[in-house]
Design a protein around this ligand. Structure first.
Ligand code: ZN
Ligand code: ZN
Length: 284
């Protein structure tokens, strides 16, 4: 498969029928980056990957030439939970997720920080869990904390909260960030025009450091700015609008960061359509 565009762009790919299919499907619509789950994201049961699975994924990686892959951790994980049993299961799953990434040769694991009515207590539990997990898994796999919309008692909807979490983690080289445009908008950051965009980007850089951002989720939003509601929309079909995506796609500071769609239509042609909209925004 040839890669027709130099921009690191792709989408979240299904692993139905085998993890390797995420690579094969991605390549079929010219993704140069993909995101995937490594297991069913709605079940607590998780086991180590078989040698056969690992071999098939490595073959697909080589065949497609897709080197920018990130794993998204299960939505069930909440290491900040007030419930001890949920915390225990979450820590176990986080550990397994890191093992999966290491086994597949994928360097990045995107993680929702977690939910807890007390931000202080939640942050403490999250950093403790990540520190523990890193002690048990000595690979180079980096956890990317994703910014959240701020629904319920989600932690990480303010950039400062993500920065605080990173500060508390001992293995600094193994902790970075993933920025989701829909979540950022829902959390009240207005980057929809030139002035707003540059203000928000400056904030992102001074609080998180652009060098620590290793993935960007490109999603428009069905809900309004500062709604605290997480509803992804197709690019240009939501309330953020195309100008923001034009600014992102043409920003040299973000050029080397993989950009990944998590738009609502999960069919390949729907992702391809969103990718085309984004690529058409790039100034040649
Ligand atoms: Zn996410
Ligand atoms: Zn996301």
């Amino acid at each position: 498969m040839t890669q027709k565009h130099p921009i690191i762009l792709g989408a979240h790919m299904s692993i139905a029928g085998g993890i390797e299919n995420a690579y094969l499907s991605g390549a079929s619509i010219d993704c140069t980056a993909i995101q995937l789950f490594t297991h069913s994201n709605r079940q607590w049961a998780i086991k180590e990957l078989s040698a056969d699975t690992i071999e098939k994924v490595q073959a697909a990686q080589q065949q497609t030439g897709i080197t920018h892959a990130v794993v998204h951790a299960s939505y069930l994980i909440n290491v900040a939970s007030t419930d001890a049993e949920t915390r225990r299961k979450s820590k176990n799953m986080l550990h397994m997720e890191l093992n999966h990434c290491a086994a597949l040769g994928i360097n990045f694991l995107v993680l929702h920080p977690g939910s807890n009515p007390s931000i202080e207590e939640g942050c403490k539990l999250i950093s403790e869990a990540i520190n523990e997990t890193f002690e048990k898994n000595s690979s180079k796999v980096t956890i990317l904390l994703e910014n959240m919309a701020g629904q319920g008692s989600q932690i990480g909807y303010r950039l400062e909260q993500l920065a605080t979490l990173r500060q508390e983690i001992s293995a600094k080289k193994r902790i970075g960030f993933c920025i989701d445009t829909c979540h950022l908008w829902a959390a009240g950051y207005d980057f929809s025009d030139h002035t707003g965009y540059h203000k928000v980007l400056k904030e992102v850089d001074s609080i998180l450091g652009i060098e620590h951002i290793h993935a960007i989720h490109l999603n428009d939003s069905k809900q309004k700015l500062n709604s605290q509601v997480d509803r992804h929309a197709n690019i240009g079909a939501g309330t953020i609008g195309l100008e923001a995506f034009r600014l992102i796609m043409n920003d040299p500071k973000l050029k080397n960061i993989p950009k990944i769609l998590e738009t609502p239509g999960k069919e390949l042609h729907e992702y391809a359509h969103n990718m085309k909209i984004l690529l058409d925004l790039v100034k040649s």
